[in-house]
Each structure stands twice: as C-alpha cells, then as structure tokens.
Design a protein around this ligand. Structure first.
Ligand code: NI
Length: 136
C-alpha cells in the first residue's frame, strides 16, 4: 500500500551546464539558461510504501512525513536561488531531474528503518511537467 504527501516550494534557478559553452547552453535550455535565473512554483509529492500497523491503522504518521519534507526540502529550498544557495546545484545543473534526485537523496535516509520505505519522489516544475524517481 502506498501513502503520499504533497508540499510546495518556490525557487529560482539557471539551467546551465558548466560542461557546455554559452552558445550550447542557450541552444539547449533556451531562456532557462539566462544568467539572471527565473522561478518555479515546485510541487513535490512523496510516496511511502508499507503495511498499515494493526494497532494504529497507519502506514506512517503523515505529520512526521510533513516534518521531514519541510526540514529536508521546503525549508532549505523555499525562496532560494538553487544555483547559489542549495548545494550541490553550484556544481550540478538544477534541472527537474537533478532536483528530484537530490530530494530523494535527502529523504531516503529517514526511511531506511521503521515501518515505511521511500517509494517515489514526484516533482512538478510546471502543472504540465513532472519527474518521477523510484530509486536505483
Ligand atoms: Ni526553469
């Protein structure tokens, strides 16, 4: 069984790979490569897997999941410029794919033990586009 929780944060980024030239970045990312950056209202959905506890009837306490999502993702990223304020995005291009991977890395240690496992991180960059990551 799966249980999910959603949270939102707003962040700026520049999509620019240090391994590409200015022309290549502009060609690949378009206006997203503009050095001034631009913002997104990201929506992250975190899904845990597990079995409801026979006593509590719950897979995982959603208040605890909210606290973890806020301490690991929302608080460090909300109203930040990802490239300048949120490692590793000083070195790694902050595409939705890489941001999803980083969110997984931050959350997964919390679910190595205990009743639930991290199943999926879904990150919407826009209403129409999102990335799913299920781990390795
Ligand atoms: Ni963007």
């Amino acid at each position: 069984m799966y249980i999910s929780r959603r949270a939102e944060f707003s962040a700026s980024h520049v999509c620019r790979s240090v391994e590409l030239s200015a022309e290549e970045n502009l060609s690949l990312y378009g206006p997203g490569a503009n050095a001034n950056g631009h913002g997104h209202n990201y929506v992250v959905e975190v899904t845990l897997s597990g079995t409801p506890d026979p006593t509590t009837g719950m897979i995982y306490d959603l208040k605890d999941l909210k606290d973890i999502m806020h301490s690991e993702v929302v608080d460090p990223m909300d109203h930040r410029h990802l490239n300048f304020e949120v490692p590793p995005f000083d070195k790694v291009v902050p595409t939705t794919e890489n941001l999803t991977l980083e969110i997984w890395r931050r959350l997964e240690p919390h679910f190595k033990q205990g009743p639930a496992r991290l199943h999926c991180v879904r990150l919407y960059e826009t209403e129409d586009t999102y990335v799913d990551y299920y781990g390795k």
